[in-house]
Design a protein around this ligand. Sequence first.
Ligand SMILES: [Ca+2]
Length: 303
Amino acid sequence: MFTEIHSGKGVAVLYRATKANAALAEWQPLHAFPAKEAAQAKTLIRSTDPGQAFFRVEHRAMEIHPDMVWVPPGQFQMGSPLEEAERYADEGPQQHRVLPVGFWVHKYEVTQEEYIDLMGSNPSFGYNSEAGELAANLPVDSVTWEEAKEYCRRLNERESKAGRVPPGYEYRLPTEAEWEYVARAGTGGAYSFGNSDQVDHLSEFGWWRENSGETPMPVGQLAPNPWGLYDIHGNVFEWCLDDYDAYEEGGFVAFSGADYKVIRGGSFYCPATILRSACRIEPQISDFRNWLTGLRVFLAPKR
Ligand SMILES: [Ca+2]
């Protein structure tokens, strides 16, 4: 859905240096944000050596793609509380997480059309390349973690050439914390629309076993979460960058010993509990290819 560019008012970039008269190349980009969101973009950046850090802000006449939603910096509780219904042990203990700078996230899961456009192929289960038929706006599925990373790399290359990637930022998969931060969108319940006693409303927000016909559905058909993101709950699972691990030293993990990566949000084939904001079931090895799994892109600080 990278189709049109709207006429925003550009992006502001905050830089840091260790001396006021530093050469241009010594200024490190720390935070990019839509200029019109300057009030929301307050940073939590602290210097360990007060008086030794200098900052400057540069304005760039840059347009981020309009399907990318700005996410302000903030803090949240990652994981689920012990009393959350049907939780799994690897969702705790809850972690206080700080996202010190803002970033952007795509409103929709990556579609098959977008995937073909950049990758020249479509791994999605059930896609018949001979027939050349492509249902509109179906999410790409059956993508491995490596392919998801490669998709992001190519997208970053294309958007960089077009001048739509702020200094210090890149298109990439989210960290698990970034994913849960945007999935919760300021909420603390099992789902972004309420707790498990509200599960009757799940079908208004996400495609899952009970309403999907057990097949992926076109992106963006249901209600978005409070930050305007569609299909965060359900439709296809979304790859994260992170290795799957316990939230604290010695904490519970469902799997260990291999190169497990995290997938989040549940899918069209899952029971409701797997679509919860905190759910980490099930981690997958990086070359896992499955009908249930696709991706969403983030434009966030380089890692
Ligand atoms: Ca999803």
